[in-house]
Design a protein around this ligand. Structure first.
Ligand code: GLA
Length: 677
């Protein structure tokens, strides 16, 4: 077995996209090479959906076309991210193994003619996937064009949970190895409730649709099991490739856009972290969601450079309204990912498909051809990324961390919660947006992760919080850190059981309060709060209030209306050398900024507070800082940064104007002091 080679395998910032030349005649391949060179493309992902072409019959491999393609790419100085095509098994596979088809929670058997793997637990699927991955690695492990391996595609999308017999059997084995005894399982799942007690492992099934709500602890374990099964598939292919090939191996995560996988779990198994991100067209501030995804991806990479493996040049084709990007938006979006640590900027896909389900999806080379705004911007972006090659490997640092826990999100999203209006990712986004608007760069951490490098830890919507995570946060505060916790956090433990001592009990020392009762609000009811020293500020919450059982915390805000009127809404507590803040209602980003202003003081953070819609992030090199300024607004904005704009060659000093929608990458004249993270 060989060990993974280092990234970067590409010099400078890698640039390109998914390339599916099997959809086109050979003449087009030659045209593609010329146009890729014109656009500065140096890296493409190939073979991701090519299983039926590579293995047209079981065990019969046809590699000639891929040999030609990889040779052609190499001749043109373009590196390949070679995919294993296991997200889309061929028709022969399903004909031979009809029982390997996925069954949905509702009991529907998934058909062919789309994509999505077979049952992740079916032995025939696993065997066939490893066989094709192995054959590819044996043939191309030493090919000079191959710079990276790309396993499967977006694990968990479109197939996550599988209710087929193969999956149910694997779930039982998983439960046996997790719990060892039925008594332990019955206790963890609370099966005394509704008479669910099990006396035989064979009686346990997957949590399929039932007459009423299915045991939430069982559903949570099924989600964990699903994640484990998917990761086992990844590891099996990865290890098969590693026998023959030394290039780094990755898969494309969907950091905050698909929630099937436990991201931290996966990060430890990948040689380099790669992510796909698509703007939510309905969100007018989609660029803030993008920044969140990029920060989360960088955090999964432990701060090391990462790869943006897919985003779109303009509209996608799978949202309800597929809004086209406006001029220069693709450049701003790309530079946001780059600013937040990506050393590769890639799109889905190089050339727009004429046929099939994705013909209305944008591409680097659109249906309109080279005489198009999108292609001109693609060429411009290639030149820009070329101009910042020296920044490769520089890193972003943050004083603030936000918790991210996929398991808590899974748990909170199950049925019969106190209010359907509370969605964990909305809460995360609101807290993130407040920090973004204040110009504060944020990392993400696992609740039980290392917090020691931060001044402030934000805990939005962590419904499920283990005792160990609570102790981690409390210890961070005792040693001088500041923690800010949102409503509906620390309600349950890892089995979705309410914490002994009640809601918030594990954080009582940190926050100086627990929750006596949740007070969800009727639709449309507002929860005004008077906040600040002289109650000078009025904040506008909604959806939720809580009746707090104060145990030492200082009241910073009081409810002005709603069932909690007159009671504590926002609290601050001294613990050891640090502080714990608690916000017991849902607030929007602008109101949260009022609270953050005080929280920063406790944390010793001075927020840069940039002009609205100006995004500034610093990448730190070994001896040099690079300041990336992105103007998301329709007006020119003033920027204060001295140095050389690598995109134009201009020398900048004092205050200068960044044009509407423009981007600058400044090699700083000197490392910024304080506040420059
Ligand atoms: C996903 C997939 C791609 C493509 C894009 C379209 O990210 O990985 O194959 O379907 O969506 O947006």
């Amino acid at each position: 077995m060989t060990s993974p080679g280092p990234w970067p395998a590409i010099t400078g910032i890698a640039y390109g996209g998914d390339y599916n030349p099997e959809q086109w005649p050979r003449e087009t391949w030659l045209e593609d090479m010329a146009l890729m060179r014109e656009a500065g493309v140096n890296f493409v992902s190939v073979g991701i959906f090519s299983w039926a072409l590579l293995e047209p019959k079981e065990g019969l491999f046809e590699f000639a076309w891929l040999d030609d393609l990889l040779d052609l790419l190499h001749e043109n100085g373009i590196g390949a991210d070679l995919g294993t095509p296991t997200a889309s098994p061929p028709a022969w596979f399903f004909a031979e193994h009809p029982d390997a088809r996925v069954i949905s929670r509702e009991g529907h058997v998934m058909g062919f003619g789309s994509r999505g793997m077979a049952s992740h637990s079916h032995p025939a699927y696993r065997e066939a996937a490893v066989r094709i991955a192995s054959a590819l690695a044996e043939r191309y492990g030493k090919h000079p064009a191959v710079k990276m391996w790309h396993i499967h595609n977006e694990y968990g999308v479109p197939v996550g949970e599988d209710y087929s017999p193969a999956s149910v059997a694997a779930f039982r084995s998983w439960l046996q190895s997790t719990y060892s005894s039925l008594d332990a399982l019955n206790d963890a799942w609370g099966t005394a409730f509704w008479g669910q007690r099990y006396e035989d492992w064979e009686h346990i099934g997957a949590p399929a649709v039932a007459p009423s709500v299915v045991n939430p602890a069982q559903r949570l374990d099924f989600a964990r099991f699903t994640d484990d099964q998917l990761l086992e598939c990844f590891k099996a292919e990865r290890d098969a490739i590693r026998v023959h090939a030394s290039q780094p191996i990755t898969t494309n995560l969907m950091a905050n856009q698909s929630y099937t996988t436990d991201l931290w779990h996966w990060a430890g198994e990948m040689d380099i972290i790669a992510n796909d991100h698509y703007l939510t067209a309905a969100d007018p501030n989609g660029h803030i969601g993008l920044a969140l995804a990029a920060d989360l991806t960088r955090s999964l990479a432990g701060g090391k450079p990462w790869i943006l493996l897919e985003h779109s040049t303009s509209a996608v084709n799978w949202q309800p309204r597929n809004v086209a990007k406006r001029p220069k938006e693709l450049i701003r979006n790309s530079m946001q990912h780059y600013a937040r640590g990506a050393d590769a900027v890639m799109f889905f896909q190089w050339r727009a498909s004429r046929k099939g389900a994705e013909k209305f999806h944008s591409a680097m080379l659109p249906h309109a051809g080279t005489n198009s705004r999108v292609f001109r911007e693609v060429v411009d972006l290639g030149a820009k990324l070329g101009a910042v090659a020296e920044t490769q490997g520089s890193r972003v640092k943050a004083d603030v961390a936000m918790l991210w826990d996929s398991v808590s999100i899974w748990a909170q999203r199950l049925e019969w919660r106190p209010s359907e209006d509370v969605e964990p990712t909305d809460t995360i986004r609101a807290y993130y947006e407040a920090l973004w608007r204040d110009g504060v760069t944020t990392d993400f951490v696992h609740p039980e992760g290392d917090l020691s490098g931060y001044r402030l830890v934000v805990v939005p919507a962590t419904y499920l919080l283990t005792r160990a995570a609570a102790e981690n946060l409390t210890e961070f505060a005792r040693k001088g850190g500041t923690v800010l916790v949102s409503f509906f956090s620390a309600a349950v433990d890892e089995h979705d059981a309410v914490h002994e001592g009640g809601f918030l009990a594990p954080l009582k020392e940190l926050l100086g309060t627990t929750v006596e009762e949740y007070l969800p609000l009727r639709e449309g009811v507002r929860a005004g709060i008077s906040y600040g020293a002289d109650a000078a500020v009025t904040l506008d919450g909604d959806v939720w209030q809580e009746d707090l059982a104060l145990a030492g915390a200082e009241v910073k805000g009081t409810y002005l209306a709603g069932p909690g009127v007159g009671k504590a809404a926002i609290t601050r507590n001294q613990v050891g050398e640090g502080t714990g803040w608690y916000v017991s209602t849902r607030l929007g980003a602008e109101d949260l900024r009022q609270i953050f202003a005080d929280v920063y003081k406790d944390a010793g953070i001075v927020p840069p507070n940039p002009e609205r819609d100006l995004e500034i992030v610093t990448r730190h090199g070994d001896n040099q800082d690079f300041v990336i300024a992105i103007n998301h607004s329709d007006d020119a904005v003033a920027v204060n940064a001295a140095g050389t704009n690598l995109l134009t060659g201009e020398e900048l000093a004092g205050e200068w104007e960044l044009g509407a929608g423009d981007v600058a990458v400044i090699r700083a004249a000197a490392a910024p002091e304080g506040g420059g993270r």
